[in-house]
Design a protein around this ligand. Sequence first.
Ligand code: GUN
Length: 294
Amino acid sequence: MELLDGKKVSNDIKDEIAMAVSDMKARGEKAPHLAAVIVGNDGASLTYVGSKVRSCERVGFESTLLRLPATTSEVELLKEIKKLNENPEIDGFIVQLPLPKQIDTQSVLMAIDPDKDVDGFHPMNFGKMALDMSTFIPATPFGILELLERYKVDTKGKHTVVIGRSHIVGRPMSILMGRKGWPGNSTVTLTHSHTKNITQIISQADIVISALGVPNFLKAEMVKEGAVVIDVGITRVADDSLEKGYYITGDVDFENVSKKASHITPVPGGVGPMTIAMLLKNTLLARERHRAKN
Ligand code: GUN
């Protein structure tokens, strides 16, 4: 079994980005600037956004964190997005999801300038991705592709089963694994809550990508010997014996599935850190595109 070490690979990518940034600065150019907007006080979201901002410092990016109260209206948030769209200092920005109930997520995502949409969630960018055009690929799927590539995992003609059809992970992942090229050229099955015989489908998979958010969902008896297993689940499980009061777990019963898998991602230290590295990569790309335009 080979561990797909997202922590190590994400550090390699951050080193590569840091080098590109120091070259930019040496040429007298401005460093990329990423902004993140967070609405409300959700603990997990605050942790993720905090890591994104800290990673900016590590690679030499400028960063701005905009924290808005949980009671923010959709109109107020749209005003902030307009300001970020119009601010020439900002190369790219993200609005952390999920948003509070009073705000319509699609309206917000559609208000982001596609050229600054480093999450790749705007319909224009999502459409370009589906049409194999150059664009911002959503960071989590992009990170999974990068892991498959760096570990030279063969995907051509393989049966990839994606579990979960979220707009952030499952849906884009299913499109990307079926695209021409590598990683891609897979035969993809996208499974969800209405899928019949899901256990049987998973047992036929050469590559399983689980993005469900249900701890211990994927058990050893469900996967084929030699399967590639990608765990996208990040669930906080309450545990009073720990200082933090919780621990993080994925969708996969790692201890037992790892005995059957050819390759597997751990949680933590697998897909999670890759998401942040690829967001930085998209921001670097946004900076290069802005420079080319202005
Ligand atoms: N919430 C969970 N994952 C993500 C992500 O990749 N981007 C944003 N904006 N919100 C998220």
